[in-house]
Design a protein around this ligand. Structure first.
Ligand code: ADP
Ligand code: ADP
Ligand code: MG
Length: 679
């Protein structure tokens, strides 16, 4: 076994690898970017090396810096985790040249299976069915158009180098092909530095079933059975489980056999996953199935396999990389029970799944029987725009699927996260969906449900409760300042303070608070000897400070507060309501003379500008692409107009709400376009 390994990754996966290494007595070197300084994984590593600024290209993707750090720390091997350099054969080669062991397959196997085009050819040659399509070297638009027609619409464009659903576009009709190709290529070029694409026939609403395989240097390859990852949003996994519900033993044997055949075809070493699509939402021995790709690394969802096999896949990776044979034979591995994983992400499902950044004000994830939490952050961590939005994985297991579902649902309901928004409520809604509960789901489920899984009912009680608390805290702090008391403490009684506040008897005030950014009017009644009574105008919520709680439906019992006082977060039903007092900066922007500002929805990088000053745009035209956390957000013109101002340049980093471009006020069109010509 190795004495020291370096982990070329961050977040939950770095932590997860370090834990196993520590258990095996292996020293660990963590690498960290400036943006991740002090992250939890750096505290459990034996040693930490800072490798560069936040953007991944300057840190977690800077292979030369990572190899230099490994050499300087006298590490013998590098574990790449997943993402970043995990499937980069060039990096693996450079590591080998530097005398380091790359904990993963050989660069040759990575290269051969890394591109989807060659991988399909290898699978087909091994007798494994693949999805019909075009995967040729010739990439000009005419060839692709001809091939798409031959395959028959709808077709799927995929990046040859793709991963994580990136660079993939569904094309329903011939006339959409050209635009889809351009955008798929741009995304693939930006994400993988490789714009090549392939075309595939669309399999309508299949199941995604993948098989975990493991190989060693002695020619052994075995499978650790399947995972079902059919719950996907935009081709990205959301919830994964093992085993696949309703899997007939004959189909399992065929899929696992095919996966092992693919791995053997490239003399595969280490952990890998062979992905298949199975037609239909139920599995039967007769189901048609196809290979789609092989991932030559540990996968995000590996914990569900660990839960049902009782094995530690990272331990196996380390042993295999150190030259040991696989710790077990195929016949010694069996499935016990059921496990489900949910990816907890800092994103806002109610707002188009926009990634959510900023400081984490509260982070309490549950523990309990059958619950494993792999986390990458803690209270006080700041979610930066540079990386993936996944902040933790909740893995529930139990003797059967129903138990695992119930445990996972309970874990989600009792998780408390404030600051950035999370998808916890969305995940819980998925678990409760009848198709999922009955085990008949397909990859189109989330898409078909649309906003039904993400709709947020306004919660007036939460707003009233939060506003009461903000007033209480503000008033108490004011009182404390005047009387010189400490500003918080046990047994404080702000309503008895002698500040003359109540001399006139009950007083009423109308206030506006921003509830999740929406101006919301509340009526406040300050009465003698009791706290403020807050009522939402026309919306029914009511709450009173102190002991006299007037909340309808007794929801207060399930509400939690986080934050100081402005903003204050009320956590309820796996969601947060953020309350702030309004500021009036917004008006200053209008004073700049521009009509509608088009603003960055999130901290990120301007990946593309579609317009220049003076351009006439129609409502809905694309204005810019802001890229954050591996996602592209296209900003559109809110109305017809003329671009009066472009405030950023391509490639520029922008803050949330930063002005990207502005349309001239409707009345000023002539003026501002003249001005534009002059500048
Ligand atoms: P798949 O492995 O099926 O492509 P995954 O969701 O497991 O789907 O991974 C998608 C891609 O994004 C992979 O390249 C993976 O390594 C990367 N990835 C996923 N989640 C993260 C994360 N939290 N941090 C870094 N990279 C990630
Ligand atoms: P990535 O490397 O991004 O993970 P995959 O080829 O594994 O790309 O595909 C990701 C997901 O996209 C699949 O799990 C599936 O849901 C969907 N998908 C891929 N190919 C097809 C296809 N031919 N027909 C229908 N859906 C597909
Ligand atoms: Mg995949």
């Amino acid at each position: 076994m190795f004495g020291t390994i370096l982990i070329a990754n961050r977040g939950e996966i770095a932590q997860r690898i370090i834990r196993t290494a520590a258990r095996l007595g292996v020293r660990t070197v963590a690498v960290v970017s400036e943006a991740d300084r002090g992250a939890p994984y750096t505290r459990i590593a034996t040693e930490t090396v800072e490798i560069g600024p936040g953007p991944a290209a300057a840190s977690y993707l800077a292979g030369d810096k990572i190899i230099a750090a490994a050499k300087a720390a006298r590490a013998e091997a590098i574990h790449p985790g997943y993402g970043f350099l995990a499937e980069n054969a060039q990096f693996a080669e450079a590591a080998l040249r530097a005398g380091l062991v790359f904990i993963g397959p050989s660069p040759r196997a990575m290269r051969r299976m890394g591109g989807k085009a060659e991988a399909k050819a290898i699978a087909a040659a091994a007798g494994v069915p693949v999805v019909a399509g075009y995967a040729g070297e010739t990439q000009d638009a005419r060839t692709l158009a001809r091939e798409a027609k031959r395959i028959g619409y709808p077709v799927l464009i995929k990046a040859v180098a793709g991963g994580g659903g990136r660079g993939m576009r569904l094309v329903e009709r011939e006339e959409e092909l050209a635009a889809a190709l351009t955008s798929a290529r741009r995304e693939a070029e930006a994400a993988f530095g490789d714009g090549r694409v392939l075309l595939e026939k669309l399999i309508a609403n299949p199941r995604h079933i993948e098989v975990q395989v493991f190989g060693d240097r002695h020619g052994n390859v075995l499978s650790l059975f399947e995972r079902d990852c059919s719950l996907q949003r935009r081709n990205q996994k959301v919830i994964e489980e093992a085993p696949a519900p309703g899997m007939p033993p004959e189909l399992r044997a065929r899929l696992c056999g095919a996966a092992v055949a693919c791995a053997k075809a490239v003399e595969y070493e280490g952990a890998g996953t062979v992905e298949f699509l199975v037609e239909g939402d139920t599995l039967s021995p007769e189901s048609a199935w196809y290979f789609i790709e092989m991932n030559t690394r540990l996968q995000v969802e590996h914990p569900v396999t660990e839960a049902i096999t009782g094995l530690d896949l990272v331990e196996w990776q380390l042993r295999v990389a150190a030259g040991e044979p696989l710790p077990r034979q195929q016949a010694e591995i069996a499935i016990a029970g059921h496990a489900i994983e949910a990816r907890l992400c800092a994103e806002d499902p109610a707002n188009g799944f926009l990634p959510s950044t900023g400081p984490i004000v509260r982070f309490d994830l549950p523990s309990g029987e059958g619950i494993r939490v792999d986390r990458g952050v803690e209270q006080g961590s700041v979610i930066s725009p540079y990386y993936d939005s996944m902040i933790a994985k909740l893995i529930a297991s139990g003797p059967d699927r129903a138990t695992a579902i119930a445990r996972l649902a309970h874990a989600l309901k009792t998780s408390l996260v404030a600051g950035p928004r999370t998808n916890a409520a969305f995940l819980n809604a998925l678990l409760a969906h009848p198709a999922f509960a009955s085990g008949r789901m397909d990859t189109g489920l989330i898409g078909r449900e649309g906003t039904r899984l993400t709709a947020v009912a306004p919660n007036p009680e939460a707003i009233a409760y939060g506003v009461t608390e903000m007033l209480w805290r503000a008033h108490h702090n004011l009182t404390a300042q005047r009387t010189g008391e400490p500003s918080r403490g046990d047994g404080f009684s702000p309503w008895n303070a002698c500040d003359g506040f109540e001399l006139g008897g009950p007083r009423r005030q109308a206030l506006t608070v921003l509830a999740d950014g929406v101006p919301t009017e509340v009526d406040v009644e300050w009465g003698r000897g009791r706290g403020p009574l807050v009522q939402l105008r026309d919306r029914g919520g009511m709450h009173q400070a102190g002991n006299a709680i007037l909340v309808a439906n007794d929801v207060r019992g399930t509400m939690h507060l986080a934050g100081d006082w402005n903003p204050l977060y009320v956590l309820h039903d796996m969601r947060q309501t953020e309350l702030r007092w309004p500021t009036y900066e917004a008006e200053a922007v209008d004073a700049a003379g521009n009509g509608d500002g088009i603003r960055a929805p999130i901290v990120g990088r301007v990946a593309k500008l579609f317009v220049a000053v003076g351009a006439a745009v129609a409502k809905g035209d694309p204005i810019a692409v802001v890229e954050a956390m591996k996602m592209e957000h296209v900003l559109h013109a809110p109305r017809d107009g003329v671009v009066a101002n472009v405030a950023v340049a391509e490639g520029q980093q922008v803050e949330q709400d930063a002005l990207i471009a502005a349309l001239a006020k409707p009345g000023n069109v002539a003026d501002s376009s003249k001005e534009a010509r002059l500048t």
